[in-house]
Design a protein around this ligand. Structure first.
Ligand SMILES: C[S@@+](CC[C@H](N)C(=O)[O-])C[C@H]1O[C@@H](n2cnc3c(N)ncnc32)[C@H](O)[C@@H]1O
Length: 254
């Protein structure tokens, strides 16, 4: 089953309204400046979704390629780029197996996209494939759920309602932790209420893996990267602690 398909893709941006992509792009650029030697031009955004980071970086002058397995998410990224007159390349493919012209200066795998790689072999294939697309010395930036914090805080069920152009969408999330496999089952249920019409309902089950520092170091080492930093996200200067649900990893291609 394809995740982030319609109708989730249609309302994805509405549920991300409070996510500060511009601030995250500032943070990403800060890492580019600090660790990229001022030479980052070509950026590959893997799992780019509807283009939250890719479009901002394109507007700031980077040559961006966005890749995603969901055609529905990509279509939205493409439409937003066209509406804003931004040049970017959009590719439909799987993180583990896509192939585009390589030699990128940096790759982004943001917002837990790496967490969709559930088995160790999936993570290794994905990292190897991203590495193949980077030049030597290129940077990999990713944010993932941080295992020590996930097991401390523990995920909880929640309900969010957002306004859409023709009504409201209620998203109910039920979660179940699977500590043996470092993952969380996230069951999304959407209820779209539009005027007096009958509500439309849909569901998606997402399995999302969380990561521990030593396994990240090992996996990156095995796939041609060296882990340069692991910090509380969305900060870049603070080491993660038991309250840091998300961490930002920065790795350099050997
Ligand atoms: C949580 S969303 C993040 C999207 C975007 N990076 C953002 O920050 O809004 C995760 C994205 O990863 C994509 N994804 C999940 N598994 C993938 C895979 N195997 N290959 C490529 N993309 C994948 C999904 O389609 C989705 O767009």
């Amino acid at each position: 089953m394809t995740l982030f398909a319609e109708p989730y893709a249609r309302v994805y941006d509405c549920f991300q309204a409070r996510k500060d992509y511009a601030r995250e792009a500032d943070l990403i650029e800060g890492v580019f400046r600090r660790c990229g030697g001022g030479s980052i031009e070509r950026v590959l955004d893997v799992g780019c979704g509807t283009g939250g980071h890719a479009l901002i970086l394109a507007r700031r002058g980077y040559r961006v390629t966005g890749l995603d397995q969901s055609v529905d998410m990509l279509r939205r990224a493409e439409a937003k780029a066209a509406a804003a007159g931004l040049a970017a390349t959009w590719v439909n493919g799987d993180l583990r197996s896509f192939a585009v012209d390589g030699g990128f200066d940096a790759a982004l795998v943001m917002y837990s996209t790496l967490g969709y790689m559930l088995e160790n072999d999936d993570v290794l294939s994905a990292l190897r494939n991203v590495r193949r697309h980077l030049r030597a010395g290129g940077l990999l930036l990713f944010d993932v759920w941080y295992g020590p914090a996930v097991l401390t805080i523990k995920p909880s069920d929640r309900t969010t309602v957002v306004e859409v152009s023709d009504g409201t969408v209620t998203r109910t999330v039920k979660v179940e932790l699977d500590a043996r496999h470092h993952r969380c089952a996230v069951q999304y249920h959407f209820r779209h209420q539009s005027g007096s019409l009958a509500a439309q309902e849909s569901e998606e089950l997402h399995l999302v893996r969380y990561f521990f520092p030593l396994e990240l170091e090992l996996m990156l080492g095995q796939t041609g990267f060296a882990l340069a930093a692991l910090t509380a996200f969305p900060e870049v200067d603070r080491p993660p602690d038991l309250d840091s649900w998300n961490v930002l990893g920065v790795a350099r291609a050997a």
